[in-house]
Design a protein around this ligand. Structure first.
Ligand SMILES: [Zn+2]
Length: 163
C-alpha cells in the first residue's frame, strides 16, 4: 500500500470503524486517483472525489490535499457493481430512474469536462439495472453522491437481496 498520510476527523474515524472500512481501503482509492489522474472535482467545494472497487465493495472517497497529507471528508460504499464499460443489453435491465440532482458543478479532471446526466449501468446479484446519473461525456467516469448511494442505491440493493 502506498505511503499516504490521511487526516480524519475523530467522528468520521469512529463511523468508519463501525462500518468496517479500513484506512487502507481509503488509501487504495486516493492512490488510484492520484496516480492516474482519474478523479472528479466538485467546483463548489474544491474537493476531489474518486471511487474504486475492492473485493465486494465499491469505495467512494471525498478528499482534499492538505500539507502533504489528504484530508478525508467522506467515505461511502455500495455492493452493486458499476459497469463503466458496458454489460448485458439494456433491454434486460431494470430501470431505476430517479430524480437525482444535477451535478453540473462536478468536473472530470481527466477530460476537464463537466458531468452530464446519462445512462449508468449496474449489476448486483446478477440483476442488471440502470439509472440516469451524472457522468463524464468524454471517458464515462461516473459520479454517485453520498445521498444517492446511502438512500436510493441501498434501497435497490436491499430489494434485489430480497428477491
Ligand atoms: Zn472524463
Amino acid at each position: 500500500m502506498p505511503d499516504i498520510r490521511l487526516l480524519l476527523a475523530p467522528d468520521l474515524s469512529e463511523r468508519l470503524q463501525r462500518s468496517l472500512i479500513h484506512e487502507d481501503d481509503i488509501r487504495h482509492v486516493i492512490a488510484g486517483c492520484e496516480e492516474t489522474g482519474v478523479k472528479l472535482l466538485d467546483n463548489k467545494t474544491g474537493a476531489f472525489i474518486g471511487h474504486r472497487r475492492r473485493g465486494a465493495l465499491t469505495y467512494w472517497v471525498r478528499y482534499r490535499p492538505e500539507g502533504g497529507a489528504y484530508r478525508v471528508e467522506a467515505v461511502y460504499t455500495h455492493r452493486a457493481a458499476l459497469e463503466e464499460e458496458g454489460g448485458p443489453n439494456d433491454e434486460r435491465r431494470l430501470s431505476m430512474t430517479s430524480e437525482a440532482a444535477n451535478h453540473d458543478t462536478v468536473i472530470c479532471l481527466k477530460c476537464n469536462k463537466p458531468l452530464v446526466k446519462q445512462k449508468v449501468r449496474f449489476s448486483y446479484l446478477r440483476f442488471p439495472f440502470w439509472d440516469m446519473l451524472p457522468a463524464c461525456p468524454g471517458c464515462g467516469q461516473v459520479y454517485l453522491s453520498e445521498e444517492y448511494v446511502s438512500a436510493k442505491l441501498a434501497e435497490v440493493e436491499q430489494m434485489l437481496e430480497d428477491k
